[in-house]
Design a protein around this ligand. Structure first.
Ligand code: SAM
Length: 195
């Protein structure tokens, strides 16, 4: 909701383009809430790829999916999202990136500017026309400043003929509140990715 849940806003943005049979990616599985959301929307005829560098996060995600009977169409991948192109060779309808650290886990294991921007580059290449990417970007923890600036700069540089890009920020909250970057690829085929 607009009162302040960045995660829900991100889910809503990508959820609008997802239906049964779609392909979706959770670039940061964490506690599995986004993976569950995506798996529910794409159904058993669809497919979700979920990445995390922490096995503990994937274990929590796996349990959550099993609990709701949604584990069949989800591939959990214990690797960095910067290597997504080694695992996905099909066009993708939507990506969720929920950056930062695992709530309740080790706060030193964080997403980082170099790997996040590499992963975003791959996501932009895999994204179908009409497809969407949501990034929830945190700014408060150590290392977050560099990452948030890099992500915003990259998103701001995307060719406006190919991508619609929005920044959504809570302007009546602390400057350390998360913000969102929403990206939608235009529906026409065959555009160049160069700005
Ligand atoms: N989407 C999750 C949910 O619904 O609970 C929350 C994600 S949490 C904020 C961020 C996650 O990113 C952590 O679990 C962390 O281990 C993971 N992470 C850090 N670096 C990563 C990388 N290079 N590739 C994939 N995941 C990474």
């Amino acid at each position: 909701n607009v009162r302040g849940n960045a995660v829900l806003l991100g889910q809503q943005f990508v959820g609008e383009v997802l239906h049964k049979g779609c392909v979706a990616v959770d670039a940061t599985a964490g506690n599995g809430y986004d993976t569950l959301y995506l798996a529910n929307l794409v159904g058993i005829s669809g497919k979700v790829y979920a990445f995390d560098v922490q096995q503990a996060a994937l274990d929590v995600t796996a349990r959550r999916l099993t609990q709701f009977g949604l584990d069949k169409n989800v591939q959990l991948i214990h690797d960095g999202h910067e290597k997504m192109d080694m695992y996905i060779n099909t066009p993708v309808d939507a990506f969720i990136f929920n950056l930062g650290y695992l709530p309740g886990g080790d706060h030193d294991i964080i997403t980082r500017s170099q790997t996040t921007t590499r992963a975003l580059q791959i996501a932009l290449e895999l994204l179908k026309p009409g497809g969407r990417i949501s990034l929830v970007v945190y700014t408060g923890h150590c290392g977050a400043g560099e990452e948030s600036r890099a992500v915003e700069e990259m998103a701001a540089g995307l060719n406006p003929l190919v991508f619609g890009v929005l920044k959504v920020a809570f302007i009546n909250k602390s400057v350390a509140a998360p913000f969102l970057i929403f990206i939608e690829r235009v529906k026409k085929e065959n555009e160049s990715l160069a700005p």
